[in-house]
Design a protein around this ligand. Structure first.
Ligand SMILES: [Zn+2]
Length: 282
């Protein structure tokens, strides 16, 4: 019992230090705890000492969520060249963000802040990477890790494969670096056009698959191509997600948890384009 109390007290100190929010992203080796859900970590903590007092003041500030896709020069044949951001441009944008007081956080941290659970850095920004490309691992991970910043991977389960995709080992390294892994369906259909069974498979199925494979919470969803309607939003809620991101332009707000706006970063933006979007609220 005494030992338990000491452990609980230590967890309380961690929570007070703001470290708690990182615990869900530490992951657990599947060999050590094959079926354990990260959710159980939070349950254990909630039985400990009372949580630290939430910071005072309003907790409803909008937060910019940047949307990236491929970090590479566009192929000559690429149908959507603006989805490609050159690695040098990406590094310059991250350096600009840091120089201007921004600090990357996860969606879970933003959600907890909106609920009044804890504060955020003075200038928070979420960096999301859609689909699951090789460059999430080769470009985004080292660039963000150098600043101890987390990213958010919106993973399409089909992209867990070699060549252009993010292989499972790569995703595990992202998780180890503090990244949040969210669901972006199994195969990226327009969810407004599929039947009820397919909707469940794509929404609840992708959450279950990623949780099973990586033992992380997968609390947020990202609509493929930004397509959603009332039935799609209901499916996302029913699957247990806490919120979802769109491709609608703007800063994310707590009164629209299931239709969170984002700031699209285009290949043509460079540093000046990103700075202008952040200055004007996208
Ligand atoms: Zn996508």
């Amino acid at each position: 019992m005494r030992r338990l109390l000491i452990v609980l007290a230590a967890l309380g100190v961690l929570a007070a230090a703001g470290v708690l929010v990182w615990l869900p992203f530490r992951g657990h080796s599947r060999a050590a705890a094959p079926r354990r859900r990260t959710r159980s970590t939070r349950v254990e903590v909630s039985t400990g000492p009372p949580p630290p007092k939430p910071p005072t003041g309003p907790h409803d500030a909008p937060v910019p969520i940047l949307m990236y896709h491929v970090l590479a020069p566009p192929l000559p044949s690429a149908p959507y060249p603006d989805l490609y951001v050159k690695p040098a441009d990406f590094r310059a944008q991250v350096a600009w963000l840091a120089a201007h007081g921004y600090h990357a956080v996860t969606l879970r941290q933003v959600y907890d802040y909106w609920r009044g659970a804890h504060g955020l850095p003075r200038r928070p920004v979420v960096l999301t990477f859609d689909d699951g490309y090789h460059s999430d691992f080769t470009v985004a991970l080292p660039t963000l890790r150098a600043r101890r910043w987390p990213g958010v991977l919106n993973l399409e389960v089909r992209n867990l494969q070699p060549v252009w995709g993010t292989r499972p080992g790569m995703v595990r390294k992202l998780i180890a670096a503090g990244w949040e892994i969210d669901a972006h369906t199994m195969t990226h259909p327009d969810l407004t056009t599929v039947d009820a069974a397919q909707l469940r498979y794509q929404v609840a199925g992708s959450r279950a698959a990623i949780r099973r494979m990586f033992d992380v919470p997968v609390d947020f969803f990202c609509y493929p191509s930004g397509r959603y309607d009332d039935a799609v939003v209901a499916a996302v809620r029913d699957a247990g997600f806490l919120g979802a991101t769109t491709t609608n332009e703007g800063f994310a707000r707590p009164d629209a948890l299931f239709t969170l706006d984002r700031v699209r970063v285009n290949g043509s933006d460079g540093v000046a384009g990103l700075a202008a979007k952040l200055e004007h609220g996208a």
